[in-house]
Design a protein around this ligand. Structure first.
Ligand code: T1G
Ligand code: NAD
Length: 696
């Protein structure tokens, strides 16, 4: 097997070339090849050395696939020390996304030249790690402690133009990267430029309290996460210890991260997100339909955000509302959202105007006749949706994709309202649609492969993370949410309070507690959905009596300024409402329930195991392609902490036998209608296998 690293001397310059697709990750073979080359360069005729990568990017980091396996020599820190210690100038030749170990490699070189448009960053924190090859020690020596803290704690890549201002990049060129790097190396030689070793530079002085300030800020921003705190420890070491001692401290803390289940969970999420884009059984080269113009029907809470998502990605959008008044209201909300993005510096004035300019309002469906993709987002009324699809069937051109944003309805039945069910699909966005990254792509029984493949590609273009779901009530996310929300209401009526239940789940890591989520989504949404069902399908009264009482009092949640909590009309700040607890106690009494305090652990287990158990049913039924897809749905759509890896990964981490034992206990206490273990759970426990092993 040939090495992914080649070395040759070009006009007196030793060129180390790495060619290891897809992203030149620092696999063992790449490290070995670089090590041999830099050693060879020390004793050959070369005057200087250039490190350059083929393909779409310079090294994008350590090879994440190798994590969790015993690391093989040469270890990355040793390789980088070898590069920095080189007796000959070493110049890094950068392009693409220079990330993690890739940037650490560049910082070990004596000089760095980059192609314009390149991005550099240290995203290890997103994997529950920290830059473990002296990134926390070299970066502050080149760019200062606070710059290093911000760069490493955010994990967000920056443009090389900014990096140059910060002292991390020396030269930027427009094109001919390798040619320009060779010229630059010769100029440095001609100027007798010194072997500038970052490890030998001093760290700028910072006040000791700076680190504690970062610790408290990060404790709020990255609640529950351990890697960010360790990163601050590393930078404190850089500011207070000699380089070698700082590196030793970094190594210790890096190993702590590597052994931390949070990092295992975040690495799982890294690959799960990329795998979710792949559709089992669909060829990679499945045709895509050409999408230029998008039509949206219904410009309410969802339609407006969906229109912005497409306009922000450069698509022309026709937004159709029922009448002029509704249209004006919808466009006004869109204008307000763009103004807000400009005010928060998320979007430039010109860019906002350009995106807004791509959205055209209409009340006549004729505006959809030439659309390539139409997304329906009207009221959640199955009858109305079928009428609209029958209408679209007559108006839309051949080959147009007809999509519905329904949260629960049967996509097959909606498709059957047309003569072209193969062109019908579900595209379930999440609120607010121009912000939330998740998109459930619902594949109907007759949905054509190219329709599905097209929607998955479009999702990437509008910067969404797409997950394929089969057809069932509520698809993946909302179906699992029913058990989760049931338990929230059960815990409430049995003895909890909105505050205690929300606190338990929030402290555990959820972005928001379930009771607050109910207020955000609108208590009337589930109330109306229930009204559309037959009474015998309503489920246990404990799960809806309090909600119904609040809705009938006009307390619909945030949208009406009051629900389980009160909301300040200006700031939307949440406050408790004692009347709500009176209602809870009244309903409990009427249902003959003696209320008792519930421990946070139990609240957590009941919510999370309800998710995992329903997730296992969804996997058994093939509604979700793989467990990782379910984890992606919950992390990107429902505020599940990524550092816990999603409900399926979490169940495996806890141990399925523990989950089963607890569920059986809940069945005893709360009845089989609410708690029956998924057959797959019992099977895997019996076979002593994990969900991940089952999925293969
Ligand atoms: N290791 C292994 N595989 C990787 C990889 C990596 N670092 N980065 C990407 N891939 C694979 C990915 O799984 C996918 O494979 C393909 O490349 C394309 O990726 C010591 C310890 C580089 C910005 O965190 O952010 O260095 O699905 O679909 O949207 O301090 O990938 O095709 O089979 O994402 O164009 C730090 C992670 C590692 C960067 C490209 N580095 N990667 O995005 O394509 S930790 C990172 C990314 C570290 C040191 C520490 C992105 C990208 P497949 P893609 P993309
Ligand atoms: P909404 O009530 O805010 O908006 C619906 C809009 O549709 C209204 O503006 C209405 O004027 C318009 N409309 C109704 N009939 C129409 C017609 N015949 N032609 C054109 N426009 C018409 O509702 P929403 O919350 O935006 O929900 C829309 C859909 O998206 C529903 O199916 C819902 O289940 C789904 N959904 C909602 C959310 C959410 O959090 N609100 C999340 C995901 C999906």
């Amino acid at each position: 097997m040939s090495s992914p690293v080649s070395y040759e001397i070009v006009d007196g310059i030793g060129v180390i070339k790495i060619d290891s697709p897809p992203v030149n990750a620092l696999s063992h073979a790449v490290r070995q090849g670089m090590y041999d080359a830099i050693r060879a360069a020390q004793s050959d005729d070369s005057d200087a050395v250039v490190i350059h990568c083929e393909g779409r990017t310079f090294i994008a980091g350590a090879d994440i696939n190798e994590f969790g396996q015993p690391m093989k020599e040469p270890f990355l820190p040793d390789l980088l020390d070898e590069i920095e210690a080189s007796g000959k100038l070493v110049v890094a030749s950068l392009h693409g996304t220079v990330l993690g170990g890739g940037l650490e490699t560049a910082l070990a070189c004596h000089y760095r030249l980059a192609l314009a448009g390149t991005k550099v960053g240290l995203p290890e924190v997103k994997l529950g790690l920290l830059p473990g090859a002296s990134g926390t020690q070299r970066t502050p020596r080149l760019a200062g402690v606070t710059v290093a803290l911000d760069l490493i704690l955010s994990g967000t890549p920056i443009a090389v133009e900014r990096a140059a201002e910060l002292g991390l990049i020396d030269e930027i060129v427009a094109d001919d990267l390798l040619g320009e790097t060779l010229t630059y190396a010769r100029e440095l030689l001609a100027d007798k430029a010194p072997l500038r070793r970052a490890s030998e530079l001093d760290v700028d002085a910072v006040a000791p309290e700076v680190f504690d300030e970062y610790r408290s800020t990060v404790a709020k921003r990255a609640r529950g996460q351990s890697a960010p705190q360790r990163i601050i420890d590393c930078l404190e070491a850089a500011a207070t210890l000699p380089y070698a001692d700082g590196v030793a401290r970094e190594r210790e803390l890096f190993m702590e991260c590597m052994q931390d289940p949070q990092s295992t969970a975040l690495q799982h999420m890294f690959f799960a997100e990329r795998k979710a884009a792949k559709i089992t059984g669909l060829a990679k080269d499945t045709a895509r339909r050409d999408i230029k113009k998008v039509g949206i029907i219904g410009g309410g809470t969802m339609g407006g955000g969906i229109a912005m998502s497409f306009a922000n990605a450069g698509f022309s959008v026709a937004l159709v509302e029922i009448n002029d008044e509704a249209l004006a209201k919808s466009l006004a909300i869109i204008d307000k959202n763009y103004a807000g993005s400009v005010k928060r510096g998320k979007l430039g004035e010109a860019a906002a105007a350009q995106c807004r300019g791509l959205i055209e309002g209409a009340t006549d469906y004729a505006a959809l006749a030439d659309a390539d993709l139409v997304i329906e987002a009207v009221f959640e009324d199955p009858k109305l949706k079928k009428e609209i699809f029958a209408k679209l069937d007559k108006i839309c051109k051949d080959g147009a994709i007809l999509a519905t944003n329904t949260s629960y309805q049967d996509v097959n039945e909606i498709a059957a309202a047309t003569s072209r069910p193969e062109d019908v699909i579900g595209t379930h966005f999440f609120s607010p649609a121009h912000i939330m990254k998740l998109l459930e792509v619902v594949r109907g029984d007759k949905t054509a492969d190219d329709v599905l493949a097209t929607c998955m590609s479009i999702a990437k273009q509008i910067r969404k993370v797409a997950v394929v779901s089969g057809v069932c009530y509520g698809f993946i996310g909302n179906r699992m949410l029913q058990g989760y929300m049931r338990e929230a209401q059960f815990c409430l009526i049995e003895g909890g309070t909105p505050e205690s239940i929300d606190a338990a789940m929030y402290d555990w890591g959820m972005a928001m507690g379930p009771v607050s989520v109910a207020d955000l989504a609108g208590l009337d949404v589930s109330y109306k959905a229930r009204q559309a069902l037959a009474k015998e399908e309503w489920g246990d009264p404990k799960s809806y009596r309090v909600v119904d009482a609040l809705v009938e009092m006009g307390r619909l949640g945030q949208k009406s300024g009051a629900g389980f909590y009160n909301y300040d009309p200006a700031t939307r700040a949440r406050s408790s409402e004692p009347k709500v607890l009176e209602i809870v106690e009244r309903e409990a009494k009427e249902l003959g329930i003696e209320r008792q305090a519930i421990a946070a652990d139990e609240i957590i287990d009941r919510h999370i195991y309800a998710l995992a158990n329903e997730g296992l049913r969804i996997l058994e039924e093939g509604i979700a392609q793989r467990p990782g897809d379910i984890d992606v749905v919950y992390v990107y759509g429902y505020g599940f902490p990524a550092w816990r890896g999603g409900p399926m990964h979490y169940a495996d981490a806890i141990g399925l036998d523990t989950v089963l034992t607890r569920i059986n206990e809940f069945r005893e206490r709360f009845g089989a209608e609410n708690w029956t273990p998924a057959p797959l759970l019992e099977k895997l426990v019996k076979e002593k296998r994990t969900i991940a092993e089952w999925a293969g």
